[in-house]
Design a binder for this molecule. Structure first.
Ligand SMILES: [Zn+2]
Ligand SMILES: [Zn+2]
Length: 351
């Protein structure tokens, strides 16, 4: 098999030839047909998240071991399966639910494998889709992509699920008050479409980039506000109108965006932080109780949520991210391009 392996944090991924994979029991071997290149792959290659104030969260300290084949947005066809995996259609493409847990802890037993304390995330703790072959421990993690193209289905595993799960956390507000979506790159545009699919009012979006704001308006946002405007908070509040801001989804996760969300949100409102840009909290502690605000983190999503998202996708209700496909051996170049901000839409490797 061919793979692109990360052998040292902070260094390039390198092409390697390895023996073909074998499977036993419930395991399934896939021939990878597409794998999205996610922004978090950059953090993995670097080996850390920026926590602000010069602090870093190291992946090595969190149990990530090298060498690693990254890639947590894989789609593939079944090549082989263990004797306990059951019947699997070998002519279909499946997208993999990558946020797999230990299966033993209370989080896993409650269906929140994505919060497992001993995670086995594909492309982070076990080898993922920067390869022409990969194996998964159980067929329950496979979802038929139907007539979607593999490169369109691949980003659902991370971008799509992350967006959906964040919106689910404020679902009770969506039909009453326009949700405020901060950052309308690929995830933000997906969020704008998902809000509609979930029965919500057209959202208000915030972004620094006029091109992205325009795209969000075309995609169905009711208002698009420049986050750098001096009166951005007042503009957001005015655009949301009478109910006040009940929910914000911060897809950036920077101090400036967290600050904007906190200042804009109404009393009793909810803030969901999704983006991992980095920094530290910019608000004063007493204001949290005074505003009775709920600040939530959202990290990817559960297996059940992924099933729900795939149902919406099969009905054509999940907007496709603009994607461009690339050969597997360009993985490191694509990561560099992504780092330099030169990738428009989603880069997908097609091994
Ligand atoms: Zn990702
Ligand atoms: Zn677990």
């Amino acid at each position: 098999m061919k793979c692109q392996s990360l052998n040292e944090f902070g260094k390039a991924v390198v092409g390697e030839e390895r023996p073909d994979l074998t499977v036993t029991g419930t395991e399934v071997l896939l021939r990878v047909t597409a794998n999205g290149v996610c922004h978090s792959d950059l953090h993995i290659r670097e080996g850390c998240y920026n926590l602000g104030g010069g602090q870093k969260l190291s992946f090595a300290d969190r149990g990530m071991k090298l060498p690693l084949v990254m890639g947590h947005e894989p789609v593939g066809m079944v090549l082989d399966a263990g004797d306990k995996a059951g019947e699997l259609d070998r002519n279909k493409h499946f997208v993999v639910y990558p946020w797999q847990g230990c299966g033993e802890c209370h989080q896993c037993k409650d269906g929140r494998e994505n919060y497992c304390s001993a995670p086995r995330y594909v492309g982070m703790h076990i080898d993922g889709g920067y390869a022409d072959q990969m194996k998964i421990p159980h067929p329950k993690y496979l979802f038929d992509i139907g007539d979607m193209a593999p490169e369109i289905a691949a980003p659902l595993a991370c971008s799509g699920l992350t967006t959906y799960s964040a919106l689910k956390k404020v679902q009770d507000t969506l039909a009453k008050s326009p949700v405020v979506i901060i950052g309308v790159g690929g995830l933000g545009l997906m969020a704008v479409g998902l809000v509609k699919a979930m029965g919500g009012l057209p959202p208000v979006v915030v972004d620094l980039d006029p091109v992205k704001r325009e795209a969000a308006l075309k995609a169905g946002a009711s208002a698009a506000i420049d986050g750098a405007a001096e009166d951005a908070v007042a503009q957001v509040q005015a655009a949301v109108g009478g109910t006040g801001v009940q929910a914000t989804i911060d897809l950036v996760g920077a101090e400036s965006t967290a600050s904007l969300a906190f200042n804009a949100v109404a009393k009793g409102g909810k803030m969901v932080i999704v983006g991992l840009f980095g920094g530290s909290t910019p608000w004063a502690l007493p204001l949290i109780p005074v505003k009775a605000v709920t600040i939530m983190g959202s990290y990817v999503g559960s297996l059940v949520e992924f099933g729900e998202l795939m149902d919406l996708a099969h009905k054509g209700l999940v907007p496709a991210l603009p994607t461009k496909t690339y050969a597997l051996d360009t993985a490191n170049d694509i990561l560099n391009e992504l780092e330099d901000g030169n990738v428009v839409g989603r880069a997908v490797l097609t091994p």
